[in-house]
Design a protein around this ligand. Structure first.
Ligand SMILES: Nc1nc2c(c(=O)[nH]1)N[C@H]1C(S)=C(S)[C@@H](COP(=O)(O)O)O[C@H]1N2
Ligand SMILES: [Mo]
Length: 513
């Protein structure tokens, strides 16, 4: 293996030293972040930095490929990349520790920059990456020294034992630190506070959902989506934890009177409940990013009237507590009947933390990225010329009304169905305009109108169904298209979701037995 006087480390040992030292650095960073600010964890900060730097098309790809698992996919990907760099740091340092120490320093700098460029960074946050770097370098130097001694050792078992003890200590320390960080971060979790608030009773409740508002027995979604099944899209690896008592919304910019609302201010205003179907612009044809809830909150128009919007302020620029920004056209919110709101409850519960607790914005008829700011803390009346929101900086559109669309839910793709009971069913949506008609065609034959579910309001989806008796056995293709109440029929032309929403007819192939 090694000749006497040549303290070259073996490959596996060198790799292990790299891995353990970087592990110790990550664990330390997580622990110190748990003490100062959970989001200052270098690992999470690098992940969020990667999300922000990802070009729009790639993020769109990740959302449509991994769905709500895209965050987990990112964390796993990051862990793999970091492990590769760590192994590299080790094996480049079989003789001298210098290359490894340089690589560990580079990793530390990346983590430090990621922590410090966050919009919510505070001075103390630097402690987490600093501690991570110090421990990472220290562990690397120590293990390298012990390893070299063991490798150079002429069978002296003490040097080997030294290495073993050192490696075990670093492993245990890294694990404990990481765990400690995780536990400490849990201290700032607001779930308990949220639960203590209990149910929310609106002053102006929505009418109960009428019978026949969905065809769930045929495979469509239920009219109201349970909170736990509501789609979730945001750029956060960890949902911001914001307590109602700490929440403030500052309304400023081109207004006659600057306002700051507290939780109590908001809760003392007249609350209104409305069912709204939200849709994500990343939803591809046939995609899952659409859900409906009864939202309770305060009408945004009332709040804007209190602030007095000045002439020329064409954009409502909102910011969430983590710095994410969103630009909404002022004229859309001001439209009579639009009923945009600052929502604090969803299906009579306080907003779930992942859906913006304690307060978010909801504007019926606009895709989420231009309207639905979660964890909202700032509202600036401004112009589109002056301020560019997060997604606008990343190739997405500036104005993004939800496009009229439809989807086949049953049969599923490549499902086998019995000839005697072929019923097609699905959803259609044209928020604020309303669905006039849904048509289905089989194998390119003529379009047949489908039966529509009971209309609840113009801001929510409608379900459709159609029975097709006497289908011959074998493969069939169904297509669906909706026509909204403005007379517009969905175009068959397929466009991708960037920059302002996908178009095209959803089609499904299935087999009749
Ligand atoms: N703070 C914040 N708010 C956000 C986002 C975000 O990344 N951060 N994403 C928006 C997008 S793209 C959509 S589609 C909706 C999704 O809301 P949901 O997760 O409650 O379904 O939230 C919007 N609000
Ligand atoms: Mo979205």
């Amino acid at each position: 293996m090694t000749s006497i006087g040549n303290s070259r480390l073996s490959w596996p040992l060198a790799a292990l030293i790299g891995l353990l030292s970087v592990g110790a650095a990550l664990g330390t960073g997580h622990l110190v972040a748990g003490l100062v600010a959970a989001t200052a964890s270098p690992f999470l900060a690098v992940g969020n930095g990667a999300i922000d730097l990802t070009p729009g098309w790639l993020k769109d790809f990740a959302i449509s490929t991994f769905g709500s698992n895209d965050k987990l996919a990112l964390l796993i990907g990051m862990a793999v990349v970091i492990a590769i760099v760590a192994v590299l740091a080790g094996v480049l340092s079989r003789r001298s520790p210098a290359p490894g120490l340089t690589l560990v320093t580079a990793l530390g700098l990346v983590g430090g920059i990621a922590v410090l460029v966050r919009p919510t960074a505070a001075a103390l946050d630097v402690l987490a990456p600093l501690a991570a770097l110090t421990i990472g370098l220290g562990a690397f130097g120590l293990l390298h020294l012990l390893g070299s001694r063991a490798a150079a050792g002429t069978g002296v078992s003490t040097s080997r034992r030294g290495l073993l003890v050192g490696a075990a200590a670093v492993t245990a320390g890294a694990g404990l630190a990481g765990l400690g960080g995780q536990l400490l971060a849990g201290r700032t979790r607001v779930e308990a506070t949220r639960r203590d608030l209990g149910g929310v009773r609106p002053d102006m409740p929505a009418p109960p959902t009428p019978p026949g508002a969905d065809f769930a027995e045929l495979g469509t979604p239920t009219f109201i989506t349970p909170n736990s099944e509501f789609y979730r899209i945001d750029v956060n690896l960890r949902a911001p934890q914001l307590r109602p008592q700490d929440w403030r919304l500052r309304i400023h910019g081109m207004v006659a009177r600057e306002l700051t609302l507290s939780w109590d201010d908001l809760r003392s205003m007249r609350s209104v409940e409305r069912p709204v179907t939200m849709t994500c612009v990343s939803n591809e044809v046939g995609g899952p990013y659409i859900s409906t809830a009864n939202f309770t909150g305060v009408m945004l128009a009332d709040i804007l009237a209190a602030a007095g919007v000045r002439e020329g302020a064409d954009q409502i620029f909102t910011t969430s507590v983590d710095g994410w920004t969103c630009g909404t056209p002022t004229e859309t919110v001001a439209e009579p009947g639009r009923e945009a709101m600052l929502a604090y409850a969803m299906n009579r519960e306080p907003l779930p933390v992942e859906h913006g607790f304690p307060v978010r914005m909801i504007v019926p008829g606009l895709y989420g990225f231009v309207s639905a700011t979660k964890w909202i803390t700032d509202m600036k009346l401004t112009t589109f010329a002056e301020d560019r929101a997060y997604w606008l900086q990343r190739d997405w559109g500036q104005r993004a009304p939800i496009k009229t669309m439809s989807r086949i839910d049953s049969p599923g793709s490549f499902e086998r169905v019995a000839a005697s009971r072929v019923t097609l069913a699905g959803i259609a949506w044209a928020q604020t305009v309303g669905i006039e008609r849904v048509e289905v065609r089989l194998d390119g034959a003529e379009w047949t109108p489908a039966e529509l579910s009971t209309e609840v309001n113009l801001d929510t989806w409608r379900m459709w169904r159609v029975r097709v008796p006497g289908l011959r056995p074998g493969q069939h293709t169904a297509e669906v298209r909706a026509t909204d109440k403005s007379g517009y029929t969905q175009t068959p032309q397929r466009v991708l979701s960037i920059p302002d929403g996908a178009t095209g007819w959803h089609s499904v192939s299935f087999t009749v037995q």
